[in-house]
Design a protein around this ligand. Structure first.
Ligand code: NDP
Length: 481
């Protein structure tokens, strides 16, 4: 069965790759209009499949997809335009840089944002001229059906996007195939490691968007009320099931008491279902309980939440705030992926940067302060793909900017110009502007050695004047001897 799927992709690729980027963009605009007209029904399907509030389905899934389609159908032709690159040394030659598709791109996506994560990759892969096999999570199958249906009703030709239903075993078979020319994976670090092992066998280029343990750093001059509201949202939106959720907060000693009181008061206003959605994958409850147990055993105190609940047949977990937390607790070290907010204390900026960077993850971090200059300086020292100041989580929805992590949070970047180009093979074409025989070809003579000596001076002399004189001598020896 997979053979037939690969064959259909390869046949579709022969046709799709012949389109110009602007033609592909025009075709994808049809999808933009379908998504816009059906935004309410789509949000409903996402909300039912995941248990997230409908407003979150609209703001974090549907709107980012509309914006991505709008932005990239306009910008991709310019970003992927073939460019000439003048050479500063070998000026008799010229280079062309072009961006070419890989062929069949496999996108493996998780259940937490079952529309916006795969669509972010699919749209960019298609604009770059690839065809796509999507292996979404089987946990959110109704949304995957919807993606298939949206493409089938758009102007995108048949088989340019194929959705493959099935679990991790199907994913494993796909990533191991040499008929996949590029993998874009979003999911846990553990699965990412398995995929990289399989990809290594065929040297399949792979982008990895993996787990996180994002820290928020609250400096003593942080705007208190805004910080409290931002951090509570960053920790509990999507019930904390976001790779970039705030999962640990470091608060400067002087502000701890006021911050904790405010966070607890704000958290207690949140209502399950309306503000904090369901736990999409019920197996996660065990991890929440064991992390809480470990934290309490090591001295943490739960100030609110801490219990699971069932509503309308779905599992929920109360948004939970903990204090007296320390760096050795599982809830501070390991990805939680749930509505949990452990609060820690720090004294100096240097100390907190060290503690934040000690994590094996490096997806995002946030700094909360009124001092933008200081925050930007600190941001440069934090090992993370994205650092936000006085905000968190939302940057996945920005289509212009790159998204991705450092360390065990991933390899490569999605979104932005960087994400679009990650679906391309960069080709370099070089040709002669004037028909000089390269001096480095055979035969190796006394003259070629002299020319090489002048070239070494041209790139090695310490002053511009010295390098200029060497260039004149180089031209004389090369052209006239
Ligand atoms: P998983 O790693 O469990 O699954 C991700 C996808 O991989 C699913 O489609 C899954 O299929 C599939 N899969 C599972 N095993 C294999 C395998 N051996 N080979 C190929 N594919 C496989 O992640 P979750 O779905 O549980 O998502 C949560 C994780 O994703 C968290 O760690 C979170 O931090 C991370 N994430 C990272 C993001 C980022 O941008 N950095 C964004 C969103 C989430 P199936 O589900 O059908 O079993």
């Amino acid at each position: 069965m997979l053979d037939e799927i690969f064959q259909r992709s390869e046949d579709a690729f022969h046709h799709w790759k012949t389109f110009r980027v602007s033609q592909r963009a025009e075709i994808l605009k049809s999808l933009h209009q379908i998504v816009y007209k059906e935004k309410d029904q789509i949000s409903e399907v996402i909300s039912n499949a995941t248990g997230k509030p409908k407003i979150e389905a609209l703001t974090s899934e549907v709107i980012p997809v509309l914006d991505l389609l709008l932005y990239f159908t306009k910008k991709a032709p310019r970003i992927l335009k073939e460019k000439t690159r003048p050479l500063h040394l070998l000026m008799q030659k010229k280079s062309i840089i072009s961006y070419e598709p890989y062929g069949t791109v496999l996108i493996v996506s998780p259940w937490n944002y079952p529309l916006s994560i795969p669509m972010g990759d699919i749209v960019l892969a298609l604009l770059a001229g690839n065809v796509v096999l999507l292996k979404p999570s089987e946990v959110t199958e109704p949304v995957s059906q919807l993606i298939q249906d949206l493409f089938s009703r758009s102007d995108v030709p048949k088989d340019v996007v194929q959705v493959i239903f099935g679990g991790g075993d199907v994913g494993q078979k796909l990533v191991s195939s040499e008929r996949i020319h590029k993998i874009s994976f979003t999911g846990s670090t553990a699965t990412g490691q398995k995929i990289l092992e399989a990809a290594a066998k065929n040297i399949t280029p792979s982008t990895m968007e993996l787990g996180g343990k994002d820290a928020a750093i609250v400096l003593k001059d942080a705007p208190l009320q805004k910080t409290i509201e931002g951090i509570v949202w960053g920790a509990f939106m999507n019930a904390g099931q976001t790779c970039a959720s705030i999962q640990r907060v470091y608060v400067q000693r002087d502000s701890v008491q006021r911050f904790v009181e405010g966070v607890v008061a704000q958290t207690q206003t949140l209502k399950l279902e309306t503000d904090v959605g369901a736990i999409t994958l019920p197996q996660q409850l065990e991890r929440y309980e064991s992390q809480l147990e470990d934290a309490v055993r090591k001295g943490a105190k739960i100030l609110c939440g801490g219990q699971k609940e069932e509503r309308n047949g779905r599992p929920f977990f109360q948004p939970t705030v903990l204090v007296n937390c320390t760096d050795d607790m599982e809830i501070v070290k390991t990805e939680t992926f749930g509505p949990m907010l452990p609060i820690l204390m720090f004294d100096t900026e240097e100390e907190v940067i060290g503690r934040v960077n000690r994590s094996p993850y490096g997806l995002c971090a946030s700094i909360w302060t009124k001092n933008k200059t200081k925050a930007i300086q600190m941001a440069h020292q934090i090992q993370a793909g994205t650092v936000t100041i006085n905000d968190a989580v939302f940057t996945h929805a920005l289509c212009e900017t790159p998204w991705g992590g450092t360390k065990k949070s991933g390899i490569g970047r999605a979104h932005g110009e960087e994400g679009l180009k990650s679906f391309c093979q960069v080709k370099h074409i070089n040709y002669d502007r004037i028909g000089l025989k390269p001096f480095w070809w055979y035969p190796y003579t006394r003259q070629s050695l002299d020319i090489a000596g002048e070239l070494a001076d041209m790139v090695g002399k310490p002053t511009a004047w010295g390098r200029f004189k060497a260039m004149l001598r180089f031209l004389v020896v090369y052209l006239f001897k």
